[in-house]
Design a protein around this ligand. Structure first.
Ligand SMILES: [Zn+2]
Length: 240
């Protein structure tokens, strides 16, 4: 088998050992150059599609690993495995969440809410920012927001109050809602589980269990507690 049977690496012009960052940069450049709207007169649609297909496989760690190992982004199922995997055949494949900044798929994505305050002479502008981030991008965002708030947040009376609150929140890692993060962690866990990646499935499911416990202990209404309870057997199944 050739190393690049569908030519994904060749299409994106990257080496087999390219990092996610290198793949993303190369994809963006190519996609810009080949975009059908910018190439009126010659048809680049097929090329554009093949660039997108290559990127969608190589930017997804699991699909890329499967492709490197077997030449197909979808894991091949051996006969001995197929009996076990039949259980999941009726279930649809699920898409994992991606980090909104770097696009990565990670078992430890978090929904984070943080606050940035910029003050002017007579007032302050407070922005609540939220999103789903990987660990690295999350801490980059929090650091940046804290620097901006620290530098520009203090210059008015309300700004002083807002800034103190914002910095307190940001420096403790932003606000992470248990229920939302439970749903996110569990989706990642199921995604990895269905793809046979036990290690990452466990990491995500362990976090999901923690968030589920957080919902049950905290100030949540009955519907939210019920939802957490509903999800627990799925977590248990993955962790067993
Ligand atoms: Zn990220």
């Amino acid at each position: 088998m050739s190393k690049d049977p569908r030519g994904y690496y060749q299409t994106l012009g990257v080496s087999y050992s390219a990092t996610y960052e290198e793949i993303k940069i190369s994809y963006r450049n190519l996609a810009k150059r080949c975009h059908p709207d910018l190439n009126k007169g010659h048809d680049t649609t097929a090329l554009f599609q093949s660039i997108n297909e290559a990127y969608s496989v190589l930017s997804d760690p699991i699909q890329r690993r499967n492709y490197d190992q077997s030449g197909s982004p979808i894991q091949s199922v051996s006969r001995s495995q197929s009996a076990r995997q039949n259980v999941y055949e009726s279930k649809p494949q699920i898409d994992p969440y991606h980090c909104v900044d770097c696009g990565c798929v990670s078992p430890q994505l978090r929904h984070i809410l943080y606050t940035q305050v910029v003050s002017f002479l007579f007032g302050s502008h407070k922005t609540n920012i939220w999103g789903i981030f990987c660990e690295q991008c999350g801490s980059k965002r929090l650091t940046k927001a804290s620097i901006i708030t620290g530098a520009f947040g203090w210059m008015s009376a309300p700004g002083l109050l807002y800034s103190a609150h914002a910095l307190g929140r940001n420096l403790t890692g932003g606000k992470k809602e248990n229920l939302i993060n439970l749903e996110i962690s569990l989706r990642q866990a199921v995604y990895y589980h269905l793809n046979g990646d036990k290690k990452n499935a466990r990491i995500a499911a362990t976090d999901a269990r923690q968030f589920a416990n957080g919902v049950q202990d905290g100030w949540w209404n009955d519907n939210e507690k019920r939802r957490a309870k509903e999800l627990k057997p799925i977590i248990d199944e993955i962790l067993d």
